[in-house]
Design a binder for this molecule. Sequence first.
Ligand code: PMP
Ligand code: GLU
Length: 400
Amino acid sequence: MPPSISRIVQALEPSATLAMAAKAKELKATGKTVYDFSVGEPDFTTPEHICQAAVSAMQAGHTHYTVASGIPELRTAIAKQYLATHGLQYAAQQVVVSNGAKHSLHNVFTALCNPGDEVIIPAPYWVSYAELVKLTGAVPVIVPTDETNNFKLTPTQLRAAITSKSTILLICSPSNPTGTMYSPEELGELADVVLERNLTVVSDEIYERLIYGNHRFASFATVRPSMQDRTIVVNGASKAYAMTGWRIGWTLSPTNVATAMADLQSQETSNPSSISQYAALAAIQGPQECVSRMLAEFANRREFVRQRIAEIKGLSCPDMAGAFYAFINIKAQLGRTYGGTRVDNSTQWCLALLEQQNVATVMGSAFGAEGYARISFATSLETLKAGFDRIEAFLKSSQP
Ligand code: PMP
Ligand code: GLU
């Protein structure tokens, strides 16, 4: 008999974003051209000066364990960046560098949650939040938000979700999967409820550098004077610097939380890769034109995606203020037959689209919102053009 798996891991859902990306790769391996809008990762290569810094780090012998919470130079550089961009004062000891922001989130929940604690997560939410919370024995409390309010949690909805067991509110802005973003004022109103009810905020700010047009970003820690003491900021190198494979994420938090996470990490994974840390240091300290260049390219693709969605009858999506996702409403497309297959939910829709048109997207149900599908536009305009033509053909092929 094979060993049995723990109850807590048995209850874990695998990441749907990574599962759809794997399906797309499988299909590609059979020789098919696949229009892959599944995974959210910049398609650009990591900028050259960052790669060079990694080479130099190896040559200089930075190939050993580092302090578990990260090299002091990187932690200082991250703290300085938050001071320069948001006016927030953090000591280097309040910064913990981990193996990607996903790992940072795991550290945060493990450090803060006791079994039975409730973590409030507005839906649609990024696939990993609820699972990472469940791993700690805490309970994700999913609060659906409204498309007519751009999928943003209102103070009234937050108040209604709070119980005596609530400990954390999770906010992701700009949002994966919807691309919408809270204004500083909207965050301030949520912060008032947080302060009144003594909650902690976990603020996932990983798309902070990918914001379009005149939308204004505020770090949650800045929106009320005392919020910094109640906020754990999560951020990382993956999205802004096209560094997904390097696995570097970080948190900025009150000292006791940072110390707890550093201790946890020292037993869990030790330090994130020494070489990646030096690369991330070069990313933060080096020229930032690479970020603006990639943002300009994302902005072109966003405009294309926005126009195509507006043109295609029966599709809509909220305004994308940031990140690189369109969260399309497919409610009118369900209950129809595509190539002889009846499609009743977002999983069936995404699978039929992949099978019939080789277009990979992610089902809304994985983000806690049935009736939607997520399109990542972190891919070339050429792929987007061909993929959208196929989505249009797929919709046209459907029968009532
Ligand atoms: N938060 C959000 C909202 C994300 O979209 C991602 C992307 N996977 C992450 C965290 C984690 O990023 P990474 O682990 O690559 O730093
Ligand atoms: N954040 C990306 C996504 O949502 C990367 C995949 C993942 O880690 O979930 O597609």
